[in-house]
Every structure is written in structure tokens, then in C-alpha cells.
Design a protein around this ligand. Structure first.
Ligand code: ZN
Length: 247
């Protein structure tokens, strides 16, 4: 018996069979307009940029969010949990196909500072594997659950750690209006806005939030676009103060 902990397998052979059958029988999904790549050329050193980031998904409301983001031609960054990627692989695939960025948020939302080196390695590896299985890409950034990190743990993370500066507290109050209000009060050039797509109230806030940000002159970008031009290193923590043009 090996003591090496295996990656938990949530999908039974039956579930896979059903998924395959469903995949064969399903009508082609309505084609979602991919987010225009125009933002890729954005220079956030001269343009007022902000990044919408969604943690803890994918979940049951994420496809609706993707519809809304697609309609508003707005790219976002999703910090996904490996265990939820295994539940919603199609949603993950959609995120990638529609031009959004994928980051790791660990496999099952563990506080990294409570884990052993081996535990951290598993959380990172299992999540990257789940993302790759679902969408054929691997994450290049990680957001530590609870924002909990420290130098000793960070050096075990093979990606840059991406934090945030605008906390909408959406998970606490579940009020779309309040989510928009907090975000608009706290946002500034280069902001990283924290939201959670596992809550319906957060998804409901997004159309209004995007249109208010655009009215205020913000260009919404992915985390990679936001940090273009900044040296972005594995095992280091980043927020808007880390951007070279904000120093
Ligand atoms: Zn989280």
C-alpha cells in the first residue's frame, strides 16, 4: 500500500459515461461571442485599467456570468477550485474559449499556511491537472484562499500569488447593489476587484458594475494584461502596488 495520497476522484465511471452520452446527444450550444481580444493591446500604464476577479467557482451561476461578460465584451480572471473544475468542466472550457484568464485557488480552499510542503504541492498539482483536463491549459497564477500566505509558504508556489485591493464583501452581504457600491467607492487605476461567482447575488451585480466602471473610464482587463510590463515572478505576492507604473 502506498501512503501517497491520491488525488480524489469525484467522477465515477458511470458519471463519465452519462456525461459522454449527454455530450453526444446535446444540441450544439448557442455560440457565445468570444470576448474581443482588443484589450490585449491595452497599455495599463497609460490607460485606466481594472481587473474583475472571481474566486471559488466554477459554480451553478458561472455560465450565466459568462453570458453577461460575453454580452459586455468584458474579460475577467477566474481563480478556480480544482474540486469545482471537476464538477463543471464545460464551464471551465467556456471560460478559456471565451478569452478569460484562469488562475488556481487550490483544490479545496485550504489555508496554505496550515499545510505541509507536501500538502501545498498536492493542492497546486491537483488543481492544475483538473484545469488541464477540462480546458487543455494550465494556470499561471494563484490566489491563496483567504489571502493567507507568507514567505515560507509562498516559495512552494510555482506561480505568482495574486491578491486584491478591492474587497466587495459580496460573500457576506449577498446584496448586488452593495457589491456595486463598494467596488465603485474603492476602485482606482490598476485595481483588482474581488468577487465570488458561486453566489447568485454576485453574478447579478456584474452587468451594473461593468457599466458603471466603463462610464468612469475604466478598461476591464485580465490579471495578465494588468501586470504586463511588470516583472511577474513565481512565489512572490502581487497587488496593484506591485505594478511597475504604480511604484
Ligand atoms: Zn476563496
Amino acid at each position: 500500500m502506498s501512503a501517497f495520497p491520491r488525488r480524489p476522484h469525484r467522477l465515477s465511471a458511470l458519471a463519465i459515461g452519462v456525461a459522454l452520452l449527454a455530450g453526444c446527444a446535446a444540441q450544439p450550444a448557442a455560440q457565445q461571442t468570444p470576448v474581443e481580444p482588443r484589450a490585449e493591446t491595452v497599455d495599463c500604464a497609460v490607460t485606466k485599467c481594472a481587473a474583475l476577479t472571481f474566486d471559488d467557482g466554477p459554480g451553478e451561476f458561472t455560465d450565466r456570468l459568462l453570458d453577461e461578460l460575453g454580452e459586455q465584451q468584458t474579460p475577467a480572471t477566474f481563480f478556480v477550485l480544482g474540486k469545482n473544475v471537476e464538477k463543471y468542466p464545460q464551464t471551465l472550457k467556456r471560460m478559456v474559449d471565451e478569452g478569460h484568464q484562469i488562475g488556481s485557488h487550490t483544490y479545496d480552499h485550504k489555508d496554505l499556511t496550515t499545510l505541509t510542503a507536501e500538502g501545498i504541492e498536492h493542492e497546486v498539482q491537483w488543481t492544475a491537472d483538473a484545469i488541464e483536463e477540462a480546458a487543455g491549459v494550465r494556470p499561471n497564477i494563484l490566489r491563496p484562499p483567504f489571502g493567507s500566505h507568507g514567505a515560507v509558504y509562498d516559495r512552494l508556489i510555482p506561480y505568482p500569488l495574486v491578491l486584491w485591493d478591492v474587497d466587495t464583501l459580496d460573500w457576506q452581504h449577498h446584496d448586488p447593489k452593495k457589491t456595486v457600491k463598494i467596488a465603485m467607492e474603492e476602485v482606482g487605476a490598476g485595481s483588482i476587484i474581488l468577487l465570488h461567482d458561486i453566489h447568485e447575488s454576485s453574478v447579478k451585480a456584474v452587468p451594473q458594475l461593468v457599466s458603471e466602471l466603463q462610464q468612469e473610464g475604466y478598461t476591464l482587463v485580465t490579471v495578465d494584461q494588468l501586470f504586463a510590463g511588470t516583472e511577474f515572478k513565481a512565489s512572490k505576492a502581487y497587488d496593484k502596488r506591485s505594478m511597475s507604473h504604480n511604484k
